[in-house]
Design a protein around this ligand. Structure first.
Ligand code: NAD
Ligand code: DAU
Length: 354
């Protein structure tokens, strides 16, 4: 049994789907179901006894203590977070509450649980904290990609909150000996990605005939990894990573934003051409830049490859094609998200506070 937090979100949902496709080890999914939590993404697991969904907050000590005592997981994978940089600029408080305070409470519950395990269970237990490359700050054009040795220089409220949580996780290893692992991954893309993030937003706006908003000059660089490759990296780190170590995860796919947007447009031109015969690129609109926008991220994934033998299965070309195809084939999922219909079930099930 493993406990996965935030698994109604983009990466967590992909992780649980992949996990249960490869193993019969059950998963408890603890998720607060914020706007980003969407149980429709896990609809294929309905009735599957291996997936136990629990609606709740990682910061709820009573609930987490009870879950740990009841299910006795051998590992925890912590995805739960507020994840969108623009939202953190507009309203940072939820980011501090979940990413910092919530992670702290989760660690406290886990420390107490772990302390009560027998020696063998204690030794094999793992707490894997899922983090981001954004904690390292921004790179100049000639800088080498981030390694695990780079200093933390977070620039947005989001990345500062993730950096704080990473430091807490690290401290619980050094102070209490908790067997933690931290992964710092670059930008993910793929199925079930909430359409506020660059790639899904461009796909759904393009199909809806809306503008494709490119921040600033569009020459900011991100390093893209297909979400299933992130999931395989996490599984590998969980299986073979050394407690106390951090692992950078990335696909060696640095691209300027404008190139990403144009690639999406070209794929849509091929797979779902506009009725008027024009290209989707006509919808590209340059807009005001994001405040404090980091210019470039890039991950050096040498350590995870060398020490754990992990490498991504997808190239950017294969991954982005699969992603565009997925959005075209899953219009119902997109429409439920856009109309807010995905919340109706949650509100009915759990009450309006969800
Ligand atoms: P997401 O926003 O899609 O999903 C987050 C999930 O966490 C949602 O289901 C939400 O309901 C849940 N959640 C939020 N607050 C919670 C709380 N207090 N208690 C329990 N559940 C809560 O995020 P994502 O893109 O899937 O990212 C998952 C993790 O991976 C985050 O920690 C993020 O920082 C990290 N990460 C994301 C990327 C990326 O490109 N998306 C890259 C690197 C790292
Ligand atoms: O690097 C990893 C991070 O990647 C994760 O930790 C975050 O959780 C995840 O949200 C993502 O952060 P970004 O800020 O890089 O992702 P976003 O999709 O918001 O933006 C990607 C780039 O595209 C960024 O340079 C901003 C730009 N952008 C974004 C949007 C939404 C646009 O130009 N236009 C847009 O409309």
């Amino acid at each position: 049994m493993i406990l996965v937090t935030g698994a109604a979100g983009f990466i967590g949902a992909n992780f649980v789907l992949d996990w249960l496709a490869q193993s019969d080890e059950p998963v408890i999914n603890l998720d607060k179901l914020t706007y980003a939590g969407n149980l429709q993404s896990l609809a294929s697991l309905q009735g599957d006894a291996r997936h136990i969904f629990v609606h709740g907050d990682i910061g709820d000590r009573t609930l987490v203590d009870r879950l740990l005592a009841e299910h006795k997981p051998r590992a925890i994978v912590n995805f739960a977070a507020e994840s969108h940089v623009d939202r953190s600029i507009h309203g940072p408080e939820d980011f501090i509450q979940t990413n910092v305070v919530g992670t702290f409470h989760l660690l406290e519950s886990v420390r107490a649980y772990w302390g009560g395990l027998d020696e063998a269970a204690k030794a094999s237990f793992r707490f894997l904290h899922v983090s981001t490359d954004e904690v390292y700050g921004t790179l100049k054009p000639t800088d080498p990609p981030f390694t695990e040795e780079n200093t933390y220089e977070p620039n947005s409220p989001y990345s500062a909150s993730k950096a704080a949580s990473d430091h807490l996780v690290r401290a619980y290893h050094h102070t209490y000996g908790l067997p933690v692992l931290t992964t710092n991954c670059s930008n993910n893309y793929g199925p079930y990605h909430f359409p506020e993030k660059l790639i899904p937003l461009m796909i759904v706006n393009a199909l809806a005939g809306k503008p494709l908003p490119v921040y600033g000059d569009g020459m900011q660089i991100r390093d893209w990894l297909f979400v299933k490759d992130h999931c395989s990296a996490i599984r590998r780190v969980l299986e073979a990573g050394t407690p106390g170590e951090t692992y950078n995860v990335g696909g060696w796919n640095e691209k300027p934003n404008i190139e990403i947007v144009k690639t999406v447009c070209v794929l849509l031109d091929e797979m779902s051409p506009r009725a008027d015969g024009k290209g989707y690129a006509e919808q590209i609109t340059y807009v005001t830049d994001r405040p404090g926008h980091d210019r470039r991220y890039a991950i050096d994934a040498t350590k995870i490859h060398r020490e754990l033998g992990w490498k991504p299965a997808e190239t950017f070309e294969t991954g982005i094609r699969k992603t565009v195809r997925w959005y075209l084939d899953n219009q119902a999922w997109v429409q439920q998200v856009q109309s807010g219909e995905y919340r109706q079930w949650i509100d009915k099930q759990y009450g309006a506070k969800a």
